[in-house]
Design a protein around this ligand. Sequence first.
Ligand SMILES: [Zn+2]
Length: 79
Amino acid sequence: MTSIRTYEGEIRICTRCGQPAFLGGISERTGEWWLHFTEQYDGVHCNRFPLAGPVRKIPWDFKSRQHVKERYPDLRPRR
Ligand SMILES: [Zn+2]
C-alpha cells in the first residue's frame, strides 16, 4: 500500500469520489490505472477502491501539494 505522506510522484483527483490518487501502473490493454492511497481506506467510499475512477489532472503548486500530503485524513482502521 502507498501512503500519500511519502508519495513523491504525481497526484491526481479521482472524478468518482473527489479523492487523491496515484499512478498504479500502465497496462498495454487498458492504459493507465490509478489507485487510491492507503489513508483513504474505506472512510470515503469509492465504488472502485482501491482502484480510482477516471482521474483529473491538478495544477498543484508546491504549497497546495504539500498541504494535501500532510493534512489528508488517515482513515485506516487502528487495532
Ligand atoms: Zn475514487
